[in-house]
Design a protein around this ligand. Sequence first.
Ligand code: SF4
Length: 329
Amino acid sequence: MTDRVQVKNVSKRFSRKSGLIERGAEALHLKTPNPVVHALDDVSLTVSTGEVVGIVGESGCGKSTLGRVIAGLLEPTEGEVSLQGKPIAEHSAREIAAARLKVQMIFQDPTSSLNPRQRLKDIIGVAPLYHGMTNRRSMGDYVAEQMRRAGLDPALADRLPHQLSGGQRQRVGIARALAVQPDVLICDESVAALDVSIQAQIINLFLDLKEDLGLTYIFISHDLSVVEHISDRVVVMYLGRVVEEAPVEELFASPAHPYTQALLAERPDLDAERKDYATISGEIPSPLAPPPGCHFHPRCPFTMDRCRVERPALRQLSAGHHSACHLNA
Ligand code: SF4
């Protein structure tokens, strides 16, 4: 398999100085602290063509920021993103636009990502028309094809988003993404807002599309069961860092990192043979002031002195299985 997406040593920090209070204070020449959110901290990740990589972690771990950096919606503060083997910075402007089109994002809330005043045929058809993938004469057929692919009846093409169910709106988001002929879909909590039965339908749709179109997926979710079902490989993030990655069966059968073990311990107990791990105690620390050393040390049941000062490197434990913990050294 070839590398479709490569993220190399990417960090993303957000300065909060652009807030209203901070801007006002700045206008008055008052000194204010400049809090920085450390959303991503030296993250590296490779996604091969045709692979489904699940990214999990608690809210605020940086998984959505990582998705947005890969999709080009956010610029990394440091590091580089390569698409199809070439760093974005080395692409020409035209190549960047073409490469970005090939990576589409599907969001959690289809309602806020769809223009409420646009009919489905325009929501789905305008971008491929603009990019020359269809023309005005064949746009209706082109839109109908994308709608059928996403499991929507083309007879709905004249409807507005509010005239659809939540599941149908999510399918519109998928049809809109498919319409520009992507080869990578980044699904950011794409089924989290849906009823369980609709969730299953959308997940099956993603799997069918993978087979039919050879798509590559980055599947961001807090739901471990969904990730286990859909992924080939899983990346676990904590406070902006990758703490473990492994093939899906290995990660769920033999998690090496105490944080992954704790995440699995908090899952509903559907598997009687599941191993016992300690659950996570305490709150996730603020990304404004991440703890030094191992970010997980204030909550880890195995903390040692070195954990408080020394960042554990991501080390290979077996083929494709890496963990960032001093215990795994
Ligand atoms: Fe726990 Fe230390 Fe491992 Fe961090 S490095 S997960 S604190 S044992």
